[in-house]
Each structure stands twice: as structure tokens, then as C-alpha cells.
Design a protein around this ligand. Structure first.
Ligand SMILES: *[C@@H]1O[C@H](CO)[C@@H](O)[C@H](O)[C@H]1NC(C)=O
Ligand SMILES: *[C@@H]1O[C@H](CO)[C@@H](O)[C@H](O)[C@H]1NC(C)=O
Ligand SMILES: *[C@@H]1O[C@H](CO)[C@@H](O)[C@H](O)[C@H]1NC(C)=O
Ligand SMILES: *[C@@H]1O[C@H](CO)[C@@H](O)[C@H](O)[C@H]1NC(C)=O
Ligand SMILES: *[C@@H]1O[C@H](CO)[C@@H](O)[C@H](O)[C@H]1NC(C)=O
Length: 893
């Protein structure tokens, strides 16, 4: 047997025996249709029951998402044949939704009053029988609104999609001699670190001797022996060549899976499956005699293969949470097509996979998702039209060139947090390649930037694994370095930091971010404030009207005032992301420009013109994001202006919008006593979580806010008093050492902040961090935290900074519960008598019931607005709201 095969065999064996908790769902798109259903209340129904009503096969839970369940239904021979011709070049499946029997049946089931009554009955029963009901209800759902929702959530028929890699088109460079890179003078750095990799001298992004300073400033981190040890990064991509001698030692099989071919080891298979391997090499190429080194050469890399063929949202959702207790960082150099026309993002299942990742991943500290901003710059694309990069759950990273310029391919947007090095100005990134001993000197695009960021985060997590997903965003905002200072788009924000839509907060600096991480106190839980829908309903001035002189320059503004009281009501502390959800009708979407002006007159360009975007549907509930207002005081008037500066013959209407503010809870980061759990939670009347108004935010925050405390009142009082006393003492000590003003944001003192600001426009190297001001609040504290966390009992009283519900224990209970329901076999009129065949008989089973006629369209709307993917399953006539009102009033007693 060949050694290669042996190696592959061994790896496969390792993978099989160390398989992550939940094996991926079986999948056979050739012969089956697939559906996902979100079950909002698993206490009163089960996927098995729904499957039997629909006459479909239950496949299993989708990845780590307890509420999403997958079902399959066999394709007819006719459909199988049709498939062969149905795939266009983009891999999209023919849309046969309108005639889908399963979707029709589900709609009938959801509308069925008989089934409905049955569910209501079960709810009453379980409520009367169990005093713990409230807790279980919350456990069973990602949403505190569980009771307001119909127990049967949206259904989605799965369609095959293809995501696009973000490297630049492969052309002339494939004929290039790959092995050598662009040489630069040696200065003894390789010898200093005993780096024997011959390609290290081509890796200017690590250590630039030709343009000193134009690199990620990582050598000072290596100097301290920080090389990514213990960190695990997954490359969600087109495979990872585990046989590359540069990657084999750092390959993490347990976190790897091939969703395209449904096998354990994601080896490249197609001719162009080399992208993921190159990205992995940037992170963890071994320190050996081959190619160059990775930024974090001791980190482990896992490969998750999804880009080598069309997949459904089921696989993508599984991939996004794959092995997410151990994998810390997901590096994603892909997304929807960057053609300046498409506008797409994760909704429904995929959105919930991200929320699940940041709330439950890494034991509640949250998965770190790094996304490349996209390469559509030349086509006028902007990363705010990509729901992956503009999501607040992801860190979006753009590119800068070796000369610290903006490469024209790299997409700008207000949601971009930072940039790092990639191709441009005739330079590329040197890394390893697919093949046993192959190297590559032309890795390019924002594809090459995102993995460098992921690797820098791996260094950060070696130093401080307990940082949560938002800590990483803060660290990025605080330590990125201004480049290309003459660029006119740099604007000073209220905090004194500079922001540029092309560069975010600047270029990542590995040394600065690791140093700040060492003394970083984790941020408190996130809270949200969402405005009501602000109706505008006005025509957007378009082009220039010769007669009136009115021009598109004026735009159509709409103002919303955020009051102090409104923010206090949700305990809003320090601002992070701002989102704007708009409805704008327009005949030519690319002409529409959207601009947000904050109370401090900081301007975020949410949508610039996109000349190619001739879409006629406008913006339907599209959410823009900006990070430019980070830590700004949000109180005051926010003005959204919609412009249509060009072509008076294409006009549109600004219908309405909604403002979302997301930030840290107030006083979320008061210093906590070392070696002790944090202060007791507020009294029962002030819930730890902020009741959420709507949708997505509600889900996220509901989760984030729920601290589960199970300790006896006596201990509670005793320790509570102690902690308050100690906390107060330490707080006073701390105050003496730091300026209270800066505590608002960072826990670093003013001198440091001043240093940072000075450093922004000065040369690199201006950072001067003082002695750790929060010594006793930093590392030692966190270590003790980690210790406590390991004790399963003690864990419940840890004040987890990201404040996330403990997930592992609820799984089992829930499964048992689901089985219970399944076995209970209620004699519902729906399932009684004849078996449900391929034709539904729900309608026959229906009977009139005047009591049930009350609609609650609002609730339904809510449910579906969040899930545009839930096509066609919107129903009326539920009385679920009535019931939940009842339950709530019962609850209140
Ligand atoms: C999709 O299917 C319908 C009906 O089966 C067929 O008429 C239509 O041509 C198909 N569309 C494509 C793009 O294949
Ligand atoms: C399929 O078609 C329906 C109705 O024409 C539409 O609402 C839905 O968005 C389409 N789905 C996809 C995935 O294209
Ligand atoms: C780069 O790293 C060095 C340590 O190697 C440090 O002295 C310098 O301040 C860093 N530069 C910046 C801009 O942080
Ligand atoms: C948009 O432009 C493309 C290419 O220029 C064209 O194929 C498409 O039909 C246009 N779409 C609309 C809605 O005009
Ligand atoms: C304005 O838009 C119309 C319709 O899309 C197009 O035919 C025309 O060429 C455009 N004019 C200019 C000046 O862009």
C-alpha cells in the first residue's frame, strides 16, 4: 500500500473514531426532496409526530440547532429526470415550490384547528402538571417569545446553492512558476526564530523588510513564544489537503468534515479545490523545511468542505456549528456572488446557525466567525449587500495591499471592522498549496486576508481562550492601525478613533491585539434597542428636475430620536453595532444611496450606488449594518437619508425603516473580584435579560440574557453580601488606579487610550502600554473563572461574561421529552383512522369552530418576517395568541 493511502487511511480512522458529537445528516439530493421545519415548542409536539402527519421521513436535528429538524420525501422518477436539466451554471435548483405536496400539507397542518386544539390541550396539561413549566418553556426555545409563536414554525424546502470563493480569478498566474515568491532582503529574522522554511523570505505579510512596518507585526508575538498553541481554526472552504507535509502535523481531523462528498476527511477532489488548503497554510503552515510558515504555526486547522458543489442550507448550517465546542474560529473566504447585483444573506435556518454559534459555541463564549468582505470592488459591489459580512455575528475583514493601499477588488462598507494584507500592487500572499510538498505564491483577494485575521485571533486565543465573540470585535476596533492616512474617507468618530469604509478601523496589528487581550476584561452581555417601524412613504427626489431645480442631491431624510429613557429601559450601556432595516421600492436598485447620520453627525454610508444593480424589486426588509458608531452615545436624532442622484427616469419610494442599536449592558464590565464568581444577579424583579421586542434580536438576546442560577437562597444571600463587599472594595481600589471615564469602554486607562489615538495617525510603534492596570482583574481572574467553569456544579454560578444559556444539559431532557410525545400517540382526529398517504386528508378532518376564528396576523407576520425563506407557508386563523395570553396571565399569578 502506498504511504499516501496509508496516511489517508489513518486519518480517516482517526476521524471516524474521534467524530464530533453529532454526525452530519445523511443526504441524498438525487433521490429526495429535503425540508426543514422550525419547531418552536418541542414540549408539545415532536418532529416524529409532524413527520407522521406529513407522510415524510424524519431525518434528524439539523446540526446543533435543537429547534430545526430535517425531513425527506422521495423524488418521483419524473422529478429525478427533470433535475438533470434543472441546474443552471450557478447550481440553483428549479423552483417547484408552488406545486409541492409537502409544503401544502404542512400549511394544512398548521391551519388545522383540530391539531391546534390538541396542541393547546397538551400545553394546558403540561402547564398544570409541572411547576417548572416556565423554565422548560424557555429551555425549549431560542426565544423568550416561545409562547407567542405558533408551535410549528416556518418550513423551508431545501434548494441547492453554491457559494463563491473570494480569490481573484485564476488566469495567467497558473502558468507562473509557483515555487518562488517575490524575494526581499533577509535581515536575520528567520535565523532568530530558527525558521528553516525556504519561503519565509517571500512572506512579506509576516515580516516586510522592503517596506518595514507594512506587515501584521507578528514577530513580537512569536518572540514571546505565542504561536497559536491550543487554538483550533476551521477553514470552511473547498477542502484541506491533509496530506500536505506543511499541514499534516497541524491537521485537526475531529473538527473536519466533507459535506460535499459526505466523508470524514475533506481532501481536495476537483481540479480547482486548492483554495481551502492555501487559506489553511496562511494560518498554520508548519515550521519545517517546506514553503513558509503560518501566522500561528502551532495552531490546529480543521477543514470543512462545502464549496466544491451545490449544498443546501442544512449542510451549511451544520458546517457553521461543526464541532463548535472545540473549534474556536471559523475562517470563511466565501459568500454570495460579488457581482454588484446580488443582495443576499443568511436568513431562517442559517441566521439561527450563526446565533447558535455565538451563543452556544465554545461553551457559551461564542464561535468567532471571520468573513472576507468580498472581491466585487471593481464591479461597484459593497459588503453591506452581503448578509454574511454585514452580520453582527461575524467579523468582516477586507484587504490592503503591500503598499498599504486599497486594492480595487476589496469591497468597502460600513460593516467592515478591519483589513489585513493580501494581493495588490503586484504582490501576492505566499503560502502552501494542495499537494504533498507544493507551495503557492499568488494567493489573492479578500480570500487571503480573512485567514490571516483568523490566525491573528488564534494567537489571541492562545493567550486568552476565555475571550468571548464580542471581545474579539472590541479588540479589533481598539487595536487596528490607520493606514493610507491621506485617504479622504477617514472620519474621526465620537470616540476619537478613525473609521474608513474601505479600511474599517484600519489594519490588524498582531502585537497590539495580543497585548491588549492580555489585560482585557470581558464585555458584559449584549442588549438591544429597536425602534418601531418608522413610516416615510415618500417619493425619492430623482436625478435633476430642470423645471423645479430639485435635485437628487437633496435626498429624502427621515429622523428618529432615541431618548435616554428608552435606552435606560433596556439598560443600554455602550453602543456596538447599529442596524438599519429598510423598505425602499425602486425601478433600478443600484441608483439608491442610503446614508445614516448619528446624533454626533458621524456619517455611515450604508448603500453607495451600485451601477450594475438593475434589480427592479428595490429593498425588501434588507438590513444594513454599521460599526462606525462603536461606543458613540446613541441618544439623540438619527437621520436616515435616501438619495437617488442619477437618472431621473428611474424613480422610487422610500417606504419605511427601523433602527436597531446593539451594545453592552450598562455597567457590564465593572471589575469583578479575583478568584470569585461575580456579584449576584439582580433581584428577581429585574430580569437579567432584556425583554426583546422583535425578531432576530429577541432570539439572540433572549439567549444571551438568561443566566441560570440554581443556588439556595441562603447561600445566595451569604455569598451575595460577601461579593458585594469585596467587589466594592476592589472597585474603589481600581478607581484609584484608573480614570473612571475610560471605564465606560475598555478598562484600559486614559494614557493608553491617548497613546492609541496618538498612534493612529503617527507611525506604527507608537503604542505604549503601561504596566497592566488590571493585573488582578485580568489573567488571574480569568484563570479562576476557567477553573470554576470546569466544575460542573460550580459552573452554574459562574457569571459567564457572554451570559449564555447552558446548552448541554437541556439536550438530553428535551430528547426524552420529544420521545415521550412521540410515544404518547394522541388519538388526534388527524392521525386517527386511516394512514396518511401521499394525499392529505387534513381538510376533511377540519370542523368549524367559531371560537377559533380570531386572527393574529401580527404574530404570524413577525414569525415570517424573520424568515423570508419560509416561502408560502404563511397562514391565518390561528388562535395561538389567545392561548398564550391565557398562559401568561396564569403565569403572572
Ligand atoms: C422548472 O420546472 C417546470 C415544471 O416542471 C418547467 O416547466 C420549467 O421549464 C423548469 N424550469 C427550469 C429553469 O428548468
Ligand atoms: C420559488 O417560487 C416562489 C413563487 O414563485 C417564490 O416565492 C420563492 O421565493 C421561490 N424560491 C426560490 C428559492 O427561488
Ligand atoms: C509592533 O510590535 C513591536 C514589538 O515587536 C512593538 O514594539 C510595536 O509597538 C508594535 N507596533 C504597533 C503599531 O503596535
Ligand atoms: C439587468 O442587466 C442584465 C445584464 O445587463 C440583464 O441580463 C438583465 O435582464 C437586466 N435585468 C433587468 C431586470 O433589467
Ligand atoms: C436611465 O435609465 C434608463 C432605464 O433604465 C436607461 O435606458 C437610460 O439609458 C438611463 N440613462 C442614463 C443617463 O443612465
Amino acid at each position: 500500500m502506498k504511504p499516501v493511502l496509508l496516511l489517508v487511511g489513518a486519518l480517516a480512522f482517526i476521524a471516524a473514531t474521534t467524530q464530533a458529537g453529532k454526525p452530519p445528516l445523511p443526504y441524498d439530493a438525487d433521490n429526495h426532496h429535503y425540508y426543514t421545519i422550525k419547531i418552536n415548542n418541542l414540549d408539545i409536539t415532536s418532529p416524529q409526530e409532524i413527520a407522521s402527519h406529513l407522510g415524510v421521513e424524519y431525518i434528524g436535528q439539523v446540526g446543533e440547532l435543537t429547534q430545526y429538524h430535517a425531513f425527506s420525501y422521495p423524488k418521483t422518477t419524473h422529478e429525478k429526470r427533470a433535475d438533470v436539466t434543472a441546474f443552471g451554471f450557478d447550481g440553483r435548483q428549479n423552483n417547484s415550490t408552488s406545486h409541492d405536496i409537502v409544503l401544502q400539507r404542512y400549511q394544512q397542518l398548521r391551519e388545522s384547528k383540530v391539531f391546534h386544539r390538541e396542541l393547546l390541550q397538551r400545553s394546558y396539561n403540561s402547564m398544570n402538571g409541572l411547576s417548572k413549566r416556565g423554565e422548560e418553556q424557555l429551555d425549549s426555545s431560542n426565544s423568550p417569545k416561545a409562547l407567542d409563536l405558533h408551535p410549528l414554525g416556518p418550513i423551508d424546502k431545501q434548494v441547492l446553492r453554491r457559494r463563491v470563493k473570494r480569490e481573484l480569478a485564476v488566469g495567467v498566474e497558473r502558468r507562473y512558476e509557483f515555487v518562488k515568491g517575490e524575494d526581499q532582503p533577509a535581515d536575520g529574522m528567520a535565523a532568530h526564530f530558527a525558521i528553516k522554511d525556504p519561503g519565509f523570505r517571500y512572506q512579506w505579510h509576516l515580516h516586510n523588510t522592503r517596506q518595514p512596518g507594512n506587515d501584521i507585526n507578528v514577530t513580537g508575538v512569536w518572540e514571546q513564544g505565542i504561536t497559536g498553541k491550543g487554538a483550533i481554526v476551521a477553514i470552511i472552504d473547498d477542502g484541506l489537503d491533509a496530506n500536505s507535509e506543511d499541514l499534516a502535523v497541524n491537521f485537526n481531523a475531529k473538527g473536519s468534515y466533507d459535506f460535499n462528498d459526505n466523508v470524514a476527511i475533506p481532501l481536495p477532489q476537483l481540479w480547482n479545490d486548492d483554495h481551502g488548503t492555501r487559506c489553511a497554510g496562511e494560518i498554520a503552515s508548519a515550521k519545517n523545511d517546506l514553503c513558509g510558515v503560518g501566522v500561528a504555526w502551532d495552531a490546529k486547522v480543521a477543514g470543512i468542505r462545502i464549496l466544491s458543489g451545490p449544498i443546501t442550507d442544512i449542510q451549511e448550517a451544520e458546517a457553521l456549528n461543526y464541532n463548535f465546542q472545540e473549534t474556536q474560529i471559523y475562517s470563511c473566504s466565501w459568500g454570495p456572488t460579488d457581482n454588484g447585483i446580488e443582495m443576499a444573506g443568511p436568513t431562517g435556518l442559517l441566521l439561527d446557525a450563526f446565533i447558535n454559534g455565538v451563543t452556544k459555541g465554545r461553551n457559551g463564549k461564542g464561535s468567532i466567525y471571520v468573513f472576507a468582505t468580498g472581491n466585487g470592488g471593481r464591479d461597484g459591489d459593497n459588503c453591506n449587500f452581503d448578509g454574511y459580512t454585514n452580520s453582527r455575528y461575524t467579523i468582516s475583514i477586507g484587504a490592503i495591499s503591500r503598499a498599504n493601499h486599497h486594492p480595487d477588488y476589496s469591497e468597502a462598507c460600513s460593516a467592515q471592522l478591519a483589513v489585513t494584507y493580501s494581493s495588490g500592487d503586484n504582490s501576492w500572499i505566499y503560502t502552501c498549496d494542495r499537494g504533498k510538498r507544493d507551495c503557492y505564491n499568488r494567493h489573492s483577494g479578500t480570500s487571503a486576508a480573512a485567514p490571516i485575521a483568523a490566525a491573528i485571533y488564534a494567537l489571541v486565543l492562545e493567550v486568552k481562550p476565555e475571550l468571548n465573540w464580542r471581545d474579539m470585535q472590541y479588540l479589533t476596533v481598539y487595536t487596528s492601525v490607520v493606514v493610507d492616512e491621506m485617504d479622504p474617507d477617514w472620519q474621526e468618530t465620537s470616540t476619537g478613533r478613525l473609521f474608513n469604509h474601505k479600511y474599517g478601523y484600519g489594519s490588524l496589528d498582531a502585537y497590539a491585539i495580543v497585548e491588549l487581550a492580555k489585560r482585557w476584561t470581558s464585555v458584559g452581555p449584549q442588549v438591544a434597542y429597536e425602534s418601531p417601524v418608522i413610516n416615510v412613504d415618500g417619493d425619492i427626489p430623482s436625478g435633476t428636475d430642470e423645471n423645479t431645480g430639485i435635485t437628487g442631491e437633496i435626498g429624502l431624510p427621515s429622523v428618529f430620536v432615541v431618548t435616554k429613557e428608552a435606552l435606560q429601559a433596556v439598560k443600554f450601556g455602550s453602543l456596538e453595532h447599529v442596524t438599519v432595516t429598510v423598505n425602499i421600492a425602486h425601478h433600478y436598485r443600484g441608483e439608491v444611496e442610503v446614508e445614516l447620520r448619528s446624533p454626533d453627525s458621524i456619517i455611515s454610508i450604508l448603500a453607495p450606488q451600485r451601477p450594475h444593480d438593475n434589480t427592479t424589486t428595490g429593498f425588501e426588509d434588507w438590513t444594513f449594518t454599521t460599526v462606525k458608531h462603536w461606543e458613540e452615545d446613541p441618544v439623540g436624532a438619527w437621520t436616515l437619508t435616501v438619495y437617488d442622484r442619477v437618472n431621473a427616469s428611474n424613480t422610487g419610494t422610500f417606504l419605511n425603516w427601523k433602527l436597531g442599536l446593539y451594545g453592552e449592558i450598562e455597567n457590564g464590565r465593572l471589575p469583578t473580584p479575583p478568584s470569585l464568581p461575580s456579584p449576584p444577579p439582580p433581584s428577581p424583579t429585574t430580569p437579567a435579560s432584556i425583554p426583546e421586542k422583535t425578531g432576530e434580536a429577541g432570539k439572540a438576546n433572549g439567549d444571551e440574557g438568561q443566566v441560570q442560577i440554581k443556588i439556595s437562597p441562603f447561600i445566595f444571600v451569604m455569598f451575595g453580601g460577601m461579593f458585594v463587599a469585596i467587589g466594592a472594595a476592589l472597585f474603589l481600589m481600581y478607581r484609584q488606579r484608573t480614570n473612571p471615564r475610560s471605564m465606560f469602554g475598555s478598562g484600559i486607562n486614559d494614557d493608553e487610550e491617548a497613546g492609541q489615538r496618538g498612534g493612529l495617525l503617527g507611525r506604527r510603534g507608537d503604542y505604549e502600554f503601561d504596566e497592566l492596570p488590571t493585573h488582578e482583574l485580568g489573567d488571574s481572574d480569568d484563570e479562576s473563572d476557567a477553573d470554576v467553569r470546569q466544575d460542573p456544579d460550580a459552573r452554574r454560578i459562574v457569571f459567564d461574561r457572554s451570559n449564555l444559556a447552558d446548552s448541554d444539559h437541556e439536550g438530553g431532557a428535551k430528547e426524552a421529552k420529544a420521545n415521550q410525545h412521540h410515544q404518547r400517540e394522541i388519538a388526534s382526529p388527524l392521525s386517527s383512522g386511516e394512514e396518511i398517504g401521499r394525499e392529505s386528508s387534513f381538510e376533511d378532518a377540519e370542523e368549524d369552530d367559531e371560537d377559533d376564528e380570531d386572527d393574529d396576523e401580527d404574530d404570524e407576520d413577525d414569525d415570517f418576517r424573520d424568515h423570508p425563506g419560509g416561502a408560502g407557508s404563511k397562514v391565518k386563523g390561528d388562535s395561538w395568541d389567545e392561548f398564550s395570553t391565557l398562559v401568561k396571565s396564569k403565569d403572572a399569578r
